[in-house]
Design a protein around this ligand. Structure first.
Ligand SMILES: [Zn+2]
Length: 364
């Protein structure tokens, strides 16, 4: 921690002398000033008891980063390092008082943390009307984009889409991974922008263009994955076998180039294949509630996330994907819109293993 209590005052470690009687501002147990060559000065509990807000073993990154972030966010409001919030037993690494606006609690996360802890801390702030802003350290910057990261730390920012924020202590810059999306084939992508000043958040950058989806290559990858016994596909393949379908031979109408918010587990195309197949194998006419049920069931089967993440919901991207699928099926004359819903007109053809599609349609 950077701030300790002594003789009725809060003392910043950067200007502190060695004294025997510093106290933790939260639990009032004794803390000791550490002043080394590598890590800038900080306080640590003398013995780690049951302090609710203690985060021991502070790294240089965490100590320096908190100060850098306080300076970076200063144009947004009056910053306080390590603000204690006794009503929720939490301590914000940096706190921004924004006058008439909602206060912001910045959590600079450098160490591993469980989903439950993130959810509890996020809810703690939200319950007292504070906006939680998670900013991730080096350990997280090195990771490939993955669902665990997005689930715990991503939120939507106006103009920037779904975002993850990182602070780079050596560059003293904010890395913003924005417009987080999942390509039709399942890969999660983002556009990265580096911000040197907080005001740059007011001028959102465009999402970079997505690479087109190579459907023939995708079919071949499915074939290979199935040959290798890729366990993630087993449930899917079994569900389709029951309907006498072989996954790589999916009808081209189920392919898409679109990208969505990254809730689709193994990918939007697989979701379209299962939901599309069920539409034509289960009933000849459909209404919205039943289709919505199908959409959710399909999402679970492809390893997707029906509940969304801690700070964003899955409902709108799933609804969008369902609307897109139905629109494509109507345009392809497989479904007809009726006054009450949709009517099956024709059943999309599958190939045994996808070779016909490779030779005829998709190679064009
Ligand atoms: Zn304490």
């Amino acid at each position: 921690m950077l701030i300790a209590w002594r003789a009725g005052k809060l003392i910043d470690a950067s200007g502190a002398d060695r004294q025997p009687d510093y106290q933790c501002p939260a639990c009032h147990h004794r803390v000791v000033l550490h002043r080394g060559r590598v890590v800038p000065p900080y306080f640590a509990h003398h013995t780690l008891g049951d302090c609710a807000v203690a985060t021991e073993g502070e790294s240089r990154q965490h100590v320096s980063g908190k100060r850098q972030l306080a300076a970076f966010f200063a144009p947004w409001g009056v910053g306080t390092l390590e603000k204690i919030l006794p009503e929720i037993d939490q301590r914000a690494d940096c706190w921004l008082d924004r006058g008439d606006h909602q206060p912001v609690a910045i959590e600079f996360q450098c160490s591993p943390i469980s989903r439950d802890q993130v959810a509890a801390r996020t809810a703690g702030y939200q319950n007292i009307g504070v906006f939680p802003c998670w900013i991730l350290g080096e350990r997280y910057q090195k990771q490939h984009l993955n669902w665990d990261l997005i689930d715990r730390f991503a939120w939507k920012m106006p103009g920037w889409g779904l975002c993850l924020l990182f602070w780079d202590v050596s560059r003293r810059q904010l890395r913003l991974d924005h417009h987080l999306r999942q390509m039709a084939t399942g890969k999660i992508t983002a556009t990265t922008s580096w911000l040197t000043r907080i005001d740059e958040l007011r001028r959102p950058q465009q999402a970079s263009r997505l690479l087109p989806v190579d459907l023939p290559a995708y079919r071949q990858r499915l074939t290979l994955d199935l040959l290798r016994g890729n366990t993630g596909l087993r449930d899917l393949q079994e569900a389709l076998y029951l309907l006498r379908k072989n996954l790589p031979g999916f009808s081209p109408i189920f392919g898409t180039m679109r990208a969505y918010l990254p809730i689709f587990g193994r990918g939007p195309i697989l979701w379209r294949i299962v939901v599309g197949t069920w539409i034509f194998s289960r009933q000849s006419s459909w209404q919205v509630p039943a289709l919505w049920e199908l959409a959710r069931e399909g999402l679970t089967l492809v390893g997707g996330h029906v509940e969304g993440g801690i700070r964003f919901v899955a409902e709108s991207p799933l609804r969008l994907a369902l609307v897109d699928l139905l629109t494509d099926l109507v345009a392809g004359h497989y479904l007809r819109r009726t006054s009450r819903g949709w009517q099956v007109l024709a059943i999309p053809a599958w190939s045994r293993d996808g070779h016909e599609w490779l030779e005829n349609n998709e190679r064009k």
